[in-house]
Design a binder for this molecule. Structure first.
Ligand SMILES: *[C@@H]1O[C@H](CO)[C@@H](O)[C@H](O)[C@H]1NC(C)=O
Ligand SMILES: *[C@@H]1O[C@H](CO)[C@@H](O)[C@H](O)[C@H]1NC(C)=O
Ligand SMILES: *[C@@H]1O[C@H](CO)[C@@H](O)[C@H](O)[C@H]1NC(C)=O
Ligand SMILES: *[C@@H]1O[C@H](CO)[C@@H](O)[C@H](O)[C@H]1NC(C)=O
Ligand SMILES: *[C@@H]1O[C@H](CO)[C@@H](O)[C@H](O)[C@H]1NC(C)=O
Ligand SMILES: *[C@@H]1O[C@H](CO)[C@@H](O)[C@H](O)[C@H]1NC(C)=O
Length: 610
């Protein structure tokens, strides 16, 4: 519906410009302004003759209703628990109103744009148009921006829409989003790794035998989290998937070497998992070739696939490789490939009638590189996955509350603050932090150091924090306010006390044994914890499916009401960063390790109870 002011301006505009195109039916008014993030600088004009693929997010007609369904089917105390929605039902709820569809189509047609493609739910329209047309359409000017690390994007800091469309369009990208998703992994091939002087070796004979502080393996995780001996039964129905971006490819021969050494019965699986290529995302069956290895690709993808398979085999694993993420484009004229990282994958996966029940993503970026409206839209699409019964897991990041000396706001004021990540701070995903050591497990941490080649390796510290965009969801209100109260004012002003806090849970994430380019090494990060946890959630789903019960779906309402009893509380360490110790782990939930690390049999029993 129009607001009063919109009606008024239409009336005025119509009188003033009677007979002119509908495009000018209402005046253009700025729809979104977003500061160019620090580290990016404008390096030149975008080539006018280049094309841009604009994605227009129409207002979803009944997102509130979708959210209500999501919370009902995910709440173990609700009678609808586990009654997940079909693709048709979700699409019905999020499709835009006929009025929004008509008005936006009319506006595009008036601008000579007729070749529109729609997402399955029609909530996104994509058009491929000359940059110049996009500039007229949005009354803006695109420029080429370059990051300190050399990446380039074609973006703008402000765009406008005719006023009568403001309530019908949530977001249009690429415009102001500088999100570049990055794998949350750190260091590799470092022998021997740094070990805390406070490390106490385990006294439990089993743990002591299978867990090596310098190189943790599936045998260690199986014992530590008590999945050892569990034989998956529902492998016909159950799946666990992981996402690859930025040209990452899970390398089969490396995976086979890893499994042959650490999970021999699973070695065949290395050649069996399907790799889906979306929007030209790379896939291959053979080893890394010389130039791929020299470029250092696939460390992230190898870690993800090996961490999942090491724990969840023989549960079928699925790999998605999405292309179109910002590549390094050194030439001002060739900056066309500027897709948003999650957009393509989400629209692909949401159109599928059947989706793997658990999906692991180890990629994230600073929340403030993403304009709020766009972050909200992406987050809403994760909610759609949740409503369909999918557990969506994201990494909490590897830099504690933020990297030293870079913890500033991006609002033009340079206010000192902690730097939360996205999508880690989206309330509809489950965010996973990292632990280290065994008895007890503590927050994963390694100080910064100079590597043999003289390069500086950043501090590694499991990420945690509070979103500045999303408010505390009801499911975590109690534990978050109690944690905030316990801080007694510490860090006041540096974080949003009323924000969605993360992570929700955690798992081992330091010095994972893994294979890359044919060689064994170790690698760390919440990028390790997230696929490991995803594999364990897949095992819980296996228990449920083999008892004829629905899968867990969106985990958080279950975790915060009952599931937390199936986790070992982590109480030592902190999310160090931003030149301070950061949020400390403590008894109960905390924004460093969430509820802690899984105890599979207890978690499975709790889940089975509903
Ligand atoms: C622990 O792992 C490191 C790194 O792989 C290895 O050098 C060391 O021998 C292992 N220790 C034991 C007791 O297996
Ligand atoms: C040692 O750890 C194993 C694996 O978690 C567990 O089954 C066993 O009960 C533990 N033993 C003792 C004495 O705590
Ligand atoms: C390595 O593989 C990539 C991807 O298939 C290919 O583009 C490249 O040309 C290959 N390089 C060599 C040296 O074979
Ligand atoms: C990858 O492995 C090949 C074959 O062993 C080796 O020649 C090459 O140096 C390795 N590359 C890197 C970057 O380690
Ligand atoms: C904020 O920092 C940026 C670069 O670090 C600088 O260009 C800008 O002038 C600063 N703004 C204020 C208000 O201090
Ligand atoms: C970050 O800052 C803290 C506190 O000032 C300091 O102890 C730590 O060494 C710094 N880390 C790095 C990697 O510079």
């Amino acid at each position: 519906m129009f607001s009063f002011t919109t009606l008024l301006s239409i009336a005025i505009a119509a009188r003033a410009v009677a007979g002119s195109p509908i495009r000018s039916r209402t005046p253009y008014v700025v729809k979104e302004t977003h500061f160019v993030p620090r580290k990016w600088k404008q390096v030149g004009q975008a080539a006018e003759e280049s094309t841009i693929s604009l994605n227009i997010g129409l207002k979803q007609s009944q997102f509130d209703e979708l959210e209500r369904h999501l919370y009902e089917v995910s709440d173990p105390d609700h009678e609808r628990y586990g009654k997940h929605l079909s693709v048709e039902h979700v699409e019905e709820l999020v499709k835009p109103s006929a009025e929004s569809l008509d008005m936006v189509r009319e506006w595009l047609l008036e601008n000579g744009i007729g070749d529109l493609s729609y997402s399955a739910a029609k909530d996104w329209i994509s058009v491929s148009i000359p940059l110049q047309t996009a500039e007229q359409l949005l009354d803006t000017k695109y420029h080429v921006y370059e990051h300190e690390d050399g990446d380039r994007l074609v973006r703008t800091s402000e765009w406008s829409l005719p006023l009568h469309l403001h309530d019908h369009v949530d977001a249009i990208q690429p415009t102001t989003s500088f999100m570049r998703t990055a794998g949350q992994k750190t260091e590799f091939l470092q022998f021997p790794p740094w070990v805390s002087p406070e490390y106490i070796p385990p006294t439990n004979a089993t743990i002591s035998k299978v867990c090596n502080i310098s190189s943790v393996t599936p045998e260690c995780f199986m014992n530590l989290y008590s999945t050892k001996g569990y034989k998956p039964q529902a492998t016909k129905f159950n799946k666990v998937a992981f996402n690859n971006y930025l040209g990452e490819i899970p390398i089969r021969p490396d995976t086979e070497k890893f499994l042959a050494k650490y999970r021999p019965a699973a070695a065949d699986a290395a050649y069996k998992f399907p790799q889906y290529s979306i929007a030209g995302g790379p896939v291959q069956d053979g080893p890394l070739n010389y130039s791929q290895a020299a470029d250092g690709i696939s460390r992230e993808a190898n870690l993800d696939v090996q961490a999942i398979m090491g724990i969840s085999d023989p549960t079928p694993v699925v790999s998605y490789s999405t292309g179109g993420s910002p590549p390094f484009t050194p030439d001002l004229a060739t900056t066309e490939n500027t897709n948003e990282p999650y957009f393509v994958w989400l629209n692909y996966i949401l159109s599928q009638p059947s989706i793997p029940q658990v999906i692991s993503t180890s990629y994230a970026d600073d929340e403030q590189t993403v304009p709020k409206a766009y972050a909200e839209r992406v987050c809403q699409q994760f909610a759609q996955l949740g409503a369909r019964g999918v557990s969506v897991l994201f990494a909490s990041g590897d830099r504690g509350v933020g990297i030293n000396n870079t913890c500033l706001s991006n609002d033009g004021k340079n206010t000192t603050m902690f730097v939360p990540l996205f999508p880690s701070g989206c309330p509809y995903v489950t965010t996973v932090g990292a632990t280290h050591q065994f008895e007890p497990e503590v927050v994963a941490f390694r100080p910064g150091y100079y590597a043999a080649d003289g390069s500086y390796r950043e501090i590694y510290s499991s990420g945690g924090g509070f979103s500045n965009y999303f408010s505390t969801p009801r499911y975590q209100e109690k534990v978050v306010s109690s944690y905030v109260k316990g801080l007694g004012g510490l860090y006041d002003g540096l974080y949003n006390k009323k924000g969605r806090a993360y992570p929700d849970i955690s798992a081992q994430g330091q010095y994972f044994a893994y294979f890359w380019n044919g060689t064994e090494g170790v690698i760390s990060g919440t990028s390790a914890s997230t696929p490991l946890m995803s594999g364990i959630i897949a095992l819980v789903n296996d228990v449920l499916l083999s008892h004829g019960k629905p899968v867990l779906g969106f985990l958080n309402p279950f975790l915060y009401s009952k599931g937390y009893k199936g986790f070992t509380d982590i109480t030592s360490g902190s999310a160090a960063g931003c030149n301070v110790d950061g949020f400390a782990a403590k008894e109960g939930w905390d924004p460093v390790t969430g509820f802690g690390t899984p105890i599979f049999p207890v978690l499975a029993e709790l889940a089975k109870g509903y």
